[in-house]
Design a protein around this ligand. Structure first.
Ligand code: ZN
Length: 323
C-alpha cells in the first residue's frame, strides 16, 4: 500500500482542498507582524518618513514662530498706540490746566496792577525808562558796565554827572537863600571809594564786638556793596545840615533835611530812600540821600509818595500797554 497516496488523500479530505496547492495567503501570526514592524524601524521607508517629518517640522516651526511674533508685535503695537494716546491726552489736559492757571494768575496780576496804577494815576508825560536819568541801581540792579557819563567838579570838590550840576547848584543856592546851610557830604563815588567805605564800616563794627558776619550785614543796611551803589552813577548826593553832619536819625529833623524833602522835587531830585519803603528800595530810611530823576518825574514821584522802583514799574506798564 502506498501510504503516501493515502496520506495525501486524507489530508486533502480533511483540509477540504487539494493537497498539492498551498493556500494563497497564509495567516500571519503576531510574531510575524512584530517581525515586519521590526523590519520598518531602520528601513529605507523609515528614514524617508523621518526626513519628511523633519523637513515638515523645519518648515512649520519657523512659520509658527513667525506667526507668533507677528501676533505679539501687533498686540504690542496696539498697546503702545493706546499708551501714546493716553499720554497725549494727559499732556493736552495738563497743558490746558496750566494755561488756565497762567491766564488766571495773569488776570489777577493785571487786576491788581490796574487798581494800583489807577490809584496812582497816569504818568502825565512821556517816559523812556532807558533814559540816563531813570537808571536804576539797587541791591538787585548793579550799575551796567556800559553806562557812560561825564563828571563835573563842584566848588567843594565833589563830583556829579555834569547834567545835574546846574539843578543841584540852584537847589543849594535857594536853600541858602532861605537861611539854611546845606552841605554836600558825598556825591559820585568810584568803586574803590565805595569799597573803602564798606570795609571801614565793617572794621569799625567789629571793633565794637560784632563778628564779621554781623558787621557785614549791619553795614549793608546803610552802605551798598561795590557796583550796587547809586553813588556810582553821579546822580546821587548826600546832603546834611552844616550844624549836624552825622548820618543818623536826627539828621532828618534838621531844617535843611526838612526843606530839602519838601522842595527837592522842584529841582529834579527825590528823597531816594523814604521811611516805610525799605522793602522796595532795599535801603533803610536816609533823610540825606537825594537822587536826580528830572523835574517831571521827581514831582510825580513825590506827589504820589512813590519810590524810583515803583515809578519805573508804572512807566513800564504804560509803555507796554500804551496807556
Ligand atoms: Zn547816599
Amino acid at each position: 500500500m502506498d501510504f503516501s497516496t493515502v496520506n495525501r488523500e486524507f489530508c486533502a479530505k480533511t483540509a477540504g482542498g487539494d493537497f498539492g496547492r498551498l493556500p494563497d495567503k497564509p495567516a500571519v501570526s503576531g510574531r510575524g507582524r512584530r517581525k515586519r514592524k521590526n523590519r520598518y524601524w531602520g528601513s529605507v521607508l523609515f528614514y524617508k518618513h523621518l526626513i519628511l517629518g523633519m523637513t515638515a517640522l523645519a518648515i512649520l516651526l519657523p512659520l509658527f514662530g513667525l506667526t507668533g511674533m507677528v501676533y505679539k508685535y501687533t498686540c504690542l503695537k496696539a498697546e503702545y498706540q493706546g499708551l501714546l494716546r493716553r499720554a497725549n491726552a494727559l499732556c493736552t489736559a495738563e497743558a490746558a490746566e496750566k494755561d488756565n492757571k497762567i491766564s488766571e494768575i495773569g488776570r489777577k496780576i493785571k487786576e491788581e496792577l490796574s487798581v494800583w496804577t489807577e490809584g496812582v494815576g497816569k504818568i502825565p508825560f512821556q517816559v523812556n525808562t532807558e533814559d540816563w536819568n531813570y537808571i536804576l541801581v539797587n541791591d538787585w540792579n548793579p550799575l551796567p558796565a556800559s553806562y557812560k557819563f561825564q563828571l563835573d567838579v563842584l566848588e567843594d570838590g565833589h563830583q556829579v554827572d555834569y547834567r545835574i550840576a546846574e539843578d543841584l547848584g540852584e537847589m543849594l543856592s535857594d536853600a541858602e537863600a532861605e537861611g539854611l546851610e546845606p552841605l554836600v557830604c558825598s556825591a559820585y563815588r568810584s568803586y574803590e571809594r565805595q569799597a573803602d567805605l564798606f570795609n571801614s564800616s565793617v572794621e569799625e563794627l567789629m571793633e565794637q564786638g560784632m563778628t564779621y558776619r554781623e558787621a557785614y550785614y549791619k553795614t549793608h543796611e546803610q552802605v551798598a556793596i561795590v557796583n550796587y551803589s547809586e553813588h556810582h552813577t553821579g546822580l546821587a548826593v548826600d546832603i546834611v545840615g552844616k550844624n549836624h553832619q552825622m548820618l543818623d536819625e536826627r539828621q532828618g529833623r534838621t531844617k535843611e533835611a526838612q526843606w530839602l524833602a519838601q522842595n527837592c522835587s522842584r529841582y529834579g531830585f527825590i528823597l531816594r530812600y523814604p521811611k516805610g519803603k525799605e522793602k522796595i528800595t532795599g535801603i533803610e530810611y536816609e533823610s540825606w540821600h537825594f537822587r536826580y530823576v528830572g523835574r517831571d518825574a521827581a514831582q510825580f514821584i513825590t506827589k504820589n509818595d512813590l519810590t524810583l522802583e515803583e515809578f519805573l514799574k508804572i512807566a513800564k506798564i504804560q509803555q507796554k500797554t500804551g496807556r
